[in-house]
Design a protein around this ligand. Structure first.
Ligand SMILES: C[S@@+](CC[C@H](N)C(=O)[O-])C[C@H]1O[C@@H](n2cnc3c(N)ncnc32)[C@H](O)[C@@H]1O
Length: 290
């Protein structure tokens, strides 16, 4: 491993507090997505995960597609104008503000991540303005995120907001109270707000990749379908079935369709959209606070 940024990657220096020798979950994800904002240590760790589960890059791509699909629905049909994306990661293509502001140029978006590299890149690449902001924050301390002045400058919590927790809660351990975290965030949101969430599944195909994350900046906590669905308790599911009148056979059970929490890649979509080889070990859903 090297501590030198390489020509393809991180530029002439590392943001303060960044150790390029420790695999970083934001940069590993960037590697899965084919990005160049990663160091050798990130690539080696990511490659070990890919060796265990070769569909990992596809998992990341389909997850991005879910995020974009959900934001399109919320900014469109659901009329949501405010988005809070926590664990937003390194900027990639079609980030939340590009999708939402493509539908309504006045949509407001706040990105929150705890990772200094993700923040540095987000600030460099995203236009921060009266409608879009990048903020440091740790999902494990939701009250601190909610109390930040920068957040209230962009998001009006008396109006509906979509809270996006996309592939981030599996970095919060059980003893860090993940369910209370989601509840705190949703309690702060006005009626008519939405939760958008995706989460890796405790699937045997992923288990051997977990030790790689134990040595990275965040350990990975895989959860079962029921444990993931529990994040949506008390909220009204948004119908996850494709809305074009075609079949919804890719949703595994009527119970899953009713709960709104379905396998990643099937939320208002069908498998062929993603050329997926096999069902992906993750679940996703969207639900409304009444
Ligand atoms: C797998 S990436 C997901 C990025 C993006 N949400 C997506 O799905 O495309 C996970 C991101 O969550 C961030 N993260 C992990 N734990 C976090 C925490 N406790 N608070 C805030 N961000 C966190 C990481 O830094 C990383 O950028």
């Amino acid at each position: 491993m090297t501590s030198q940024p390489d020509e393809a990657g991180m530029g002439p220096g590392s943001p303060a507090g960044v150790d390029p020798d420790v695999p970083n979950v934001a940069r590993m994800y960037d590697y899965y997505l084919g990005g160049k904002d990663n160091y050798a240590a990130d690539r080696e760790a990511a490659q070990r995960v890919i060796d265990v589960f070769p569909q990992t890059p596809q998992l990341a791509r389909v997850n991005r597609a879910f995020l974009q699909n959900a934001v399109r629905h919320l900014a469109g049909e659901a009329g949501i104008r405010q988005f809070l994306d926590i664990g937003s990661g390194l900027p990639t293509r079609e980030n939340v503000h590009q999708v939402a502001q493509g539908i309504d140029p006045d949509a407001r978006v706040v990105y929150v991540d705890r990772d200094p590299v993700a923040l540095a890149h987000a600030r460099a690449l995203l236009v921060e303005n009266d409608l879009t902001r990048v903020m440091q924050g740790d999902l494990r301390r939701p009250d601190e995120i909610l109390a930040q002045k920068e957040l209230s400058e962009i998001i009006d919590f008396s109006q509906p907001v979509a809270i996006l927790l996309i592939f981030v809660l599996h970095f919060v351990r059980d003893n860090e109270n993940p369910y209370e975290i989601v509840k705190t965030l949703m309690d702060a949101a006005a009626p008519g707000s939405y939760l958008v969430l995706s989460h890796a599944e405790r699937d045997t195909r992923l288990l051997d990749g977990v030790p790689v994350y134990d040595a990275a900046t965040s350990p990975a906590v895989l959860r079962s379908y029921d444990e993931i669905a529990r994040f949506f308790e008390g909220l009204e599911p948004v119908d996850p079935r494709p809305q074009d009148g075609g079949p919804d056979n890719d949703i595994e059970t009527p119970e899953q369709a009713a709960s709104g929490v379905v396998r990643l890649g099937t939320w208002r979509s069908r498998w062929p959209t993603f050329h997926s080889d096999a069902p992906l070990p993750a679940f996703s859903g969207v639900a409304r606070k009444n």
